[in-house]
Ligand binder design. Structure first.
Ligand code: UD1
Length: 370
């Protein structure tokens, strides 16, 4: 395309890097593509690089390959953040976007926001306002710092808006919008495709099962917490079979410590397979942020292997239980949630219209400011 044509269009640079960000960016990109006046450049930091953590997601989500691949991964937090900051700044200087779009709370989010802010490029934070109130989580640090330097903050929930208001954000030079949760957009759209294409339920011969994931450093890096969780899962597995697709870091740690779970473990699964697992499971047991909500989207209860959550509304309304890492609490919570019935029709996350809301706000903002 000619440079003159391009310059008439509103240009976004989207920065992603970790598995869930690919899912979220795909949902927004589908909406962006419907507007010829928008031009999106995709930058992948490389944070997640295994085929089943990254490339597979691009294919199944029909997200076009990134325009830039920075190949930065497997480093300490400081080194990863530092190298990303430098590399993203170079891309932004070359692309000169009107907006820089970042997602969530990962080590790819904060360097993108920081590089953009220091170049006076407006930062758009999707999934703003979430808080666990646990400053020992790298994600909590990433999300608080990103929120503070963002210009447009898109909150998935009312709780997230309230968190920002409580921190005085109405006095800051930024806009706060409640957009709904973009992961619900993705779940609604891709679950139909998953039903047609994924064969995981038949392939693994699954009937009644619990869908489990573990990857948070607070669980994996603390030997006693990890051992307690595995013990609890071994016990639950005697009643209802557990299926655990393993994040590469958790696998590495279990192997190093010589721990062999007595339940079924697989490689990480693609997004479509994950959606089918959510649809067919009896319960979700996880320490993932995203999966807690996805359980709700698919009408499933969740037991969360953490002491706090960013999705408080699910706990308050009884869809989710925080069980920490204590084997007895986990077992008791799983037993209780397996028997429970709830009404999952409540609209907590915007019913799949987040991408549309975000693009509408961005276009209005662009018209107002250009
Ligand atoms: C990151 C995010 C977390 C998010 C999660 C989703 C941060 C601080 N955390 O955690 O919020 O919920 O992604 O999955 O950004 N590794 C591989 N192959 C991969 C990816 C990772 O082997 O494709 C290994 C590497 O040794 C790497 C380690 O896992 O150093 C940790 O990965 P990293 O991306 O730092 O954090 P996650 O635990 O995935």
């Amino acid at each position: 395309m000619m440079e003159t044509e391009r310059s008439d269009r509103m240009k976004l640079v989207t920065v992603i890097g970790a598995r869930p960000q690919i899912v979220k960016a795909a949902a927004l990109s589908r909406e962006i593509c419907r507007h010829p006046d928008l031009n999106e450049i995709i930058v992948h930091t490389g944070q997640h690089f295994d085929a089943n953590m990254s490339a597979v997601h691009f294919e199944t989500m029909q997200l076009r390959p990134p325009d830039y691949n920075l190949n930065i991964s497997s480093l300490s937090h400081g080194a990863m953040t530092g190298r990303m900051l430098e590399a993203i700044e170079r891309v932004l200087l070359a692309e000169k976007p009107d907006y820089v779009v970042v997602y969530g709370d990962t080590n790819s989010t904060i360097p993108a926001a920081l590089a953009a802010k220091k170049l006076f490029m407006p930062v758009v934070h999707i999934e703003a306002g979430l808080r666990s109130f646990n400053m020992r989580m790298p994600e909590e640090i990433n999300r608080i710092l990103t929120d503070r330097i963002s210009d447009l903050l898109f909150c998935p929930t009312e709780t997230a808006v309230r968190n920002l208001e409580n921190e005085g954000y109405r006095n800051f030079d930024c806009e706060i919008h409640k957009s709904g949760d973009i992961m619900q957009d993705a779940a609604l759209h891709y679950s139909q495709i998953a039903a047609e294409r994924s064969t995981i339920i038949a392939d693994l011969d699954l009937d009644r099962f619990i869908f489990c994931t573990i990857h948070r450093p607070e669980n994996t890096d603390d030997p006693s917490r990890l051992a307690s969780i595995i013990d609890a899962l071994n016990a639950i597995n005697r009643d209802v079979p557990i299926l655990l697709p393993l994040h590469p870091r958790t696998r590495k740690i279990l192997t190093e410590r010589g721990v062999t779970p007595r339940f079924r473990v697989t490689e990480p699964v693609g997004y479509l397979d994950a959606l089918q697992l959510l649809k067919h499971c009896s319960l979700v047991v996880t320490d993932s942020g995203g999966l807690q909500k996805e359980a709700f989207f698919f009408g499933k209860h969740c037991v969360t292997l953490r002491d706090e959550t960013e999705w408080l509304e699910l706990v308050e309304l009884g869809f989710n239980v925080l069980a920490g890492a204590d084997p007895e609490s986990i077992h008791a919570a799983a037993t209780r949630m397996l028997d429970k019935t709830s009404d999952f029709t409540l609209d907590l996350y915007g019913r799949g219209r987040a991408a549309e809301n975000i693009v509408t706000c961005l276009r209005e903002h662009y018209c107002r400011t250009h």
